[in-house]
Design a protein around this ligand. Structure first.
Ligand SMILES: Nc1ncnc2c1ncn2[C@@H]1O[C@H](COP(=O)(O)OP(=O)(O)OP(=O)(O)O)[C@@H](O)[C@H]1O
Length: 455
């Protein structure tokens, strides 16, 4: 089967393209991406494609500018749009504390996704080949990895597709030769500074010499098996996640009763998936630490940064300490006062009548003999209810407000006496009995609460 037919079959097998797609091709100028460009150009009419090439100049190598100009020139010859950008990858590496390869990848993907958005494209095509897949597998194996890493590079992920994924480097070289494809040679491919090159130039040739050239195909098939099984496990974990994990405000609440029935490896995956929601990849040790919380009555740990995992009743709760939710603002009763808190806006105003239906009114008479604060809870807070005086802490327990929410519930208070509890957890307001409006009330504190759109 000829090369282009094999590429076409890869595309169709994985639904990489459909008619009328607007595609971005990532071209470094190297052999893989230039062969990819040539193939997609040949398939352009058949799939009615709109093609844009993107090249990122990493500003790492001396020849970087030449490579960029080479890609621009090639696109001009094909009459294809080309967008280039330069990013100081070394600087990005320092800033984000990444390896050079990771920083390069991050810069590339950011660039690609930005272009997709700005130009209204719907596919990103990259030139990874079979050898890249095998090399990545070994890289991850030597680094230490679970199935996700051993599954290596997938043919399709999200809108990214890799039409050359079943082609060997040798086949690509043959195609380039036969069709006079021009490309640049990345000299760093030969340097042992990068671990990938050690695998590519030293380890894999040795493996081939000892086990025969066919061994690469055998390893590639093994990787595909791992990927298929991994995919199925991931789908299972997605279903379990929907069942066991609830998102509440900024919290992910994992139901222990449900999760405890799962086999250990699925529990690990589930916890890893919660971390992923925070865009965090966490070591297996940390995952095991979290699983230990399943069998403890209580416990709390800091993962890293500001991510906290805490055992609470029948749940393990994951949350990020964003900002200290403690706050305290004095309400100047003489004038109108607005304050935004989370996705609410509170407006306070003294009035002589209860004009508005959707406002809360408090008898203001007793407010003037002290300072009034809009704040979060303090030790010793209490509220006067119909049934008598109650500690705020007990009130929280009665109303079944989870501990993690208690510190972020806004209150109106005078010293330790709570006048109004704005229970944003249950969407209810509780007013202190001594401040409730009566037929004798002459002056009111009007409180208007608005939910802010899109907050
Ligand atoms: N600087 C870049 N600008 C745009 N796309 C890139 C760039 N570098 C890599 N890519 C894309 O990502 C794919 C994989 O990158 P990787 O670095 O693994 O390959 P490569 O050896 O540079 O590939 P190639 O042989 O095409 O140069 C490339 O085939 C190409 O599609």
């Amino acid at each position: 089967m000829d090369f282009l037919e094999k590429v076409r079959r890869t595309i169709d097998k994985h639904n990489m393209l459909k008619k009328g797609d607007k595609v971005l091709i990532g071209c470094s100028g190297g052999i893989d991406s230039m062969v990819l460009l040539d193939c997609i150009y040949r398939l352009k009419d058949e799939y009615e494609l709109d093609i844009t090439v993107a090249h990122l100049n990493h500003m790492l190598r001396q020849e970087a500018k030449e490579d960029e100009l080479f890609v621009i020139d090639t696109c001009r010859r094909y009459n294809i749009k080309c967008v280039t950008r330069s990013v100081d990858v070394r600087k990005l590496k320092e800033e984000q504390k990444l390896s050079e390869e990771e920083a390069g990848r991050l810069a590339r993907y950011n660039f690609f996704y930005e272009l997709v958005k700005d130009l209204g494209l719907n596919r990103i095509l990259l030139g990874h080949n079979k050898d890249d897949v095998v090399e990545t597998f070994f890289l991850n194996l030597f680094r230490g990895s679970g199935l996700d890493g051993l599954a290596s590079i997938p043919p399709v992920r999200d809108i990214v597709a890799r039409p050359l994924i079943y082609m060997s480097r040798q086949e690509i070289e043959k195609y380039a030769d036969k069709n006079g494809i021009r490309y640049v040679i990345d000299k760093t491919n030969f340097s042992s500074k990068y671990k990938r090159n050690v695998i590519r130039n030293e380890i894999l040739p040795l493996v081939k010499a000892k086990f025969g050239d066919g061994v690469i195909d055998t390893i590639f098939r093994t990787i595909n098996l791992i990927r298929d099984e991994n995919l199925q496990i991931n789908e299972l974990v997605d279903d379990i996640f929907k069942r066991c994990v609830k998102k509440e405000d900024i919290y992910y609440v994992l139901d222990i009763n449900e999760a405890s029935t799962l086999p250990h490896f699925l529990q690990k995956r589930l916890v890893k998936k919660v971390f992923k929601e925070f865009e965090m990849q966490v070591s297996l040790d940390k995952v095991e630490d979290v699983l230990n919380l399943f069998s403890l009555p209580s416990g709390k740990m800091k993962i890293f940064g500001d991510l906290i995992v805490e055992r609470q009743n029948d749940a393990v709760v994951f949350y990020k300490k964003v900002e200290k939710s403690d706050f305290c603002f004095e309400i100047p009763l003489k004038e109108e006062y607005d304050i935004k808190y989370r996705n609410f806006e509170f407006k306070f105003k003294i009035t002589q009548s209860m004009e508005h239906e959707n406002c809360i009114y408090v008898d203001s008479e007793k407010l003037f003999d002290g300072k009034i604060f809009f704040r979060t809870r303090r030790d010793g807070d209490f509220i006067q209810l119909k049934v008598g005086k109650k500690k705020l802490k007990e009130w929280f327990i009665d109303k079944k407000i989870p501990k993690r929410y208690r510190s972020s519930i806004p209150l109106l208070a005078k010293e330790s006496e709570v006048i109004v509890i704005f229970d944003v957890y249950n969407n209810k307001v509780t007013i202190n009995q001594s401040y409730k409006v009566t037929p004798q009330t002459k002056q009111f504190l009007e409180i208007k609460i608005t939910i802010l759109e899109g907050a």
